[in-house]
Every structure is written in structure tokens, then in C-alpha cells.
Design a protein around this ligand. Structure first.
Ligand code: SAH
Ligand code: SF4
Length: 417
């Protein structure tokens, strides 16, 4: 049986999934394309009302129209105005004339032996010169389905063990593009009402197929705060996608000034990529540490709003052989986190082509975990998922590149006419 479905990359084991045959990226436009219509996806209610007002929807209808659109977009998951049957045909036509609600293009969809899925989506250039590509991963487990969502194309940070860190930042994703990853995953899994789950897909046996969101894909979410915030508030809106904030986790490498805002303004769960217990080592592994060190980071964590035993911060710790995996490191980890309602997640290092590190031996990880367990943290080792399709933590990287200066200048000249 084919285990890896790779549609566009010419994988020899490739098989195609229904509905994705022949999907290939659109040819890259040589010149600057026509301006696109604005999208209605990823707008706050206020911005959506303003957009509708701008095309002449009467003031007194705005609330009702926003509620209708919100329901179609986020409860029913429609991506075509024609399907919005309780909106008059004329208005549907007007909306379609002025706005987009289309989904991104899928370039590839891969399915791992363990049921994990990875999609490569393509979004328009939006200032980056060419269309950009983004990876999103779906991890089915007993009783839950977690979607690992990207916030940026590439990353400005250069954590030495992370594949995304080798890709320069191409651009931030918009709130629409962050949400679209959730909408697309639900489309492909048949997770909207009236849709059917594709045959053979590994999904939780009951409940929502996408029940949890983790902002742990490509990029540093707190360096794209406004767009991430807008998208997550829409994802957790009770009249739409309705994901509980307890089931949305944002992971940061440690952008300290934005941590309190994450709690106050988004109110989701927080994960911290700690990975080292000494500043000299963390300066190398997670270089943002040179700006905000371990003490500053943990002080911000202690002050995170709403913490309790039921609402804990997750500390992620990648297991690197001979680098950060000694018993002394484990004991220091436990000491550092004392007093913070915390969960510890030990992540076996996932290698990628050209990476310099090795994953700690299994015995070492278990000994490290024992020390952490004895301090009262339960089952802290994260099982790697989707390794065969390079979908595991830190393996995501797209082929999108920053435009070279020569190309940027040429595009600017064309734009200037
Ligand atoms: N930029 C954010 C979120 C994306 S990374 C952050 O750094 O937190 C999601 C998690 O995967 C982080 O904890 C990251 O440190 C970890 N990670 C990165 N590369 C990895 C690798 N090769 N193996 C295991 N975990 C990795
Ligand atoms: Fe960026 Fe996170 Fe990777 Fe560091 S671990 S390079 S912050 S994506």
C-alpha cells in the first residue's frame, strides 16, 4: 500500500488523492499581477461590516449580513458565494464582484504511515514578488485531531536545530492565510457539516476532526502578532469555528514583550521553546536568548495571566545528544520551573538534511524523563509523528525564497510603470 501520497513532487511512491489530481503550482507571473479583490476571510466583524458598507450594504443591515456571512464562512465552510442560499441572489452577485472567499491552492498532500497529513499550500505573493508556499500538518490521535499551523513563510530567527530556521523570512502570513490553513484542513478531512470524510483517512473516532490548533508550524507567531491574534480570535469565536481557547496553543521561542499580550488579548494556551537551562547554551540553540535571556523569559511566564494547575504553560525541550541531555540538565530544568504551573514536553530531535545534531539515545531520553517525572510532571516525551513525510516538529521548510534585490528592483520598476 502506498504510504506517502505526494502529488506534485514526483515521489516514486506517489499515489493521488481524489480531488487533487494534477494540482500543480500556477506558473509564476513574470510581471506584477492585477490587484486582487480583497478577501472577506480573516476580517474582524467590524472590518467585515466596513467592507460591506463600502459596497453599499445599508447600515441597518450590516449586523445581520455579517452574522450570515460569518455562519457560511466559518460554520458551514463554504468557499463560494453562490452557496449562501439565504442571501438574495443580487447581493450574492455584488459580493462576488467585490470580494474573494476562495481557498488557497494545494500543491501537495502527503499522508504518513501513522496517519499524519502534511499539506503544502500556495498563497499569492502579497508583496513577496512570487507566490509563497506554506506547510500545515494534521496529527490524528485517540480522541483529538491537532492541526499544526504556520504563522510566517520562513523565520527571522535561526535556532540551530530547526529546519525552518535555515529559510530566511519571506513574509508574514495574513490573518486570512492563517485561518485558511484551518479551513483547508477541514475541507480536506470532510470536517464541515454536510461533508464526508475521505475513505481511509485516519481521524479521531468521535468529535471534531480538527479539535486542537497549535501554532507550531513555520515561523515565530509573536513576530506576526496582529495577524495571529486576529486569526485565533476568529478561530475561537463561538458563532464560527468555535475552537475553545484551551485547545489553541501558541508556541514561542521567547519574544518576551509579547507574552503578556498573548495572554491578555488572545487568551490561548502558551508553549515556550526552552531547550536549554543555561544562557550560554541557549544563546546558541535559540539565539533570541541573547535579547531576552532565560530569567527574563521565565519572569514573563510567571506573570502569564490566568495560570493555574488546570491552565499550565508547556515547556518544550528538544533532546540533543551530548548537548542538553544530561541528568544535571534535567535537574536544573525542574529547579528553574519551580513555582510555574508547567507541563514539560521532551521532543526527540527530528533530523533534517544537513542538520548538525543527533537525537539523544532512547535510554538517555527515558532517564532524563524519569528525573522530570519524579518532580511531578507526567508522561513528558512527545512521540514523533509523520517523520517519513518530514512533517515532524522542526522539519517544515518550503521552497519559497526571498526575492533577490535585482528581482525586487525589476518588479518595483514594472509597478511604477
Ligand atoms: N517558532 C515557534 C513555533 C514553531 S517551532 C517556536 O520556536 O516555538 C515548534 C517547536 O518545534 C518548537 O519548540 C521548536 O523548538 C521545535 N523544533 C524545531 N526544530 C526541531 C527539530 N528539528 N526537532 C524537534 N523539535 C524541533
Ligand atoms: Fe523559528 Fe521556531 Fe524554528 Fe526557532 S524553532 S527558527 S523560532 S520556527
Amino acid at each position: 500500500m502506498a504510504t506517502t501520497l505526494d502529488i506534485a513532487r514526483g515521489n516514486p511512491n506517489a499515489a493521488t488523492l481524489p480531488g487533487t489530481q494534477g494540482l500543480r503550482p500556477a506558473p509564476v507571473a513574470e510581471s506584477v499581477a492585477e490587484p486582487e479583490k480583497p478577501t472577506l476571510i480573516g476580517l474582524t466583524r467590524e472590518d467585515m461590516a466596513a467592507a460591506l458598507s463600502g459596497i453599499g450594504v445599508p447600515q441597518k443591515q450590516l449586523r445581520m449580513r455579517v452574522a450570515q456571512l460569518w455562519h457560511w464562512l466559518y460554520v458551514r465552510g463554504v468557499s463560494d458565494f453562490a452557496a449562501m442560499t439565504n442571501i438574495a441572489k443580487d447581493l450574492r452577485g455584488l459580493l462576488a464582484e467585490h470580494f474573494l472567499i476562495a481557498r488557497p491552492q494545494i500543491i501537495s498532500e502527503q499522508v504518513s504511515v501513522d496517519g499524519t497529513r502534511k499539506w503544502l499550500f500556495q498563497f499569492p505573493p502579497r508583496g513577496a514578488g512570487r507566490p509563497v508556499e506554506v506547510e500545515t500538518v494534521y496529527i490524528p490521535e485517540e480522541g483529538r485531531g491537532t492541526l499544526c499551523v504556520s504563522s510566517q513563510v520562513g523565520c527571522t530567527l535561526t535556532c540551530t536545530f530547526c529546519h525552518t530556521g535555515t529559510q530566511k523570512l519571506v513574509r508574514n502570513l495574513t490573518s486570512e492565510e492563517i485561518l485558511s490553513q484551518i479551513l483547508m484542513a477541514r475541507d480536506r478531512l470532510g470536517d464541515f457539516p454536510d461533508a464526508e470524510t475521505p475513505q481511509g483517512a485516519a481521524v479521531p473516532s468521535e468529535g471534531r476532526l480538527v479539535s486542537n490548533i497549535v501554532m507550531m508550524g513555520m515561523g515565530e507567531p509573536l513576530y506576526n502578532f496582529e495577524n495571529v491574534k486576529t486569526a485565533l480570535l476568529i478561530a475561537s469565536d463561538g458563532d464560527g469555528l468555535s475552537l475553545s481557547k484551551r485547545r489553541i496553543t501558541l508556541s514561542t521561542s521567547g519574544v518576551v514583550p509579547e507574552i503578556a499580550r498573548t495572554g491578555d488579548e488572545i487568551g490561548c494556551m502558551l508553549a515556550i521553546s526552552l531547550h536549554a537551562v543555561r544562557d550560554d547554551l541557549r544563546d546558541i540553540l535559540v539565539p533570541i536568548n541573547k535579547k531576552w535571556n532565560i530569567k527574563a523569559l521565565l519572569d514573563a511566564c510567571r506573570a502569564y495571566p490566568g495560570l493555574s494547575n488546570a491552565k499550565r504553560i508547556t515547556f518544550e525541550y528538544v533532546m540533543l545528544k551530548g548537548v542538553n541531555d544530561s541528568d544535571a540538565d534535567a535537574r536544573e530544568l525542574v529547579r528553574l520551573l519551580r513555582g510555574i504551573p508547567a507541563k514539560i514536553n521532551l521532543i526527540p530531535f527530528n533530523p533534517w538534511p544537513g542538520s548538525e545534531y543527533e537525537c539523544s539515545d532512547w535510554e538517555r531520553i527515558e532517564e532524563f524523563a524519569d528525573i522530570v517525572n519524579r518532580a511531578g510532571y507526567a508522561s513528558p516525551i512527545r512521540t514523533p509523528r509523520g517523520r517519513d513525510i518530514f512533517a515532524a516538529c522542526g522539519q517544515l521548510k518550503s521552497a519559497s525564497e526571498r526575492m533577490r534585490k535585482k528581482d525586487r528592483d525589476a518588479a518595483a520598476q514594472v509597478a511604477a510603470g
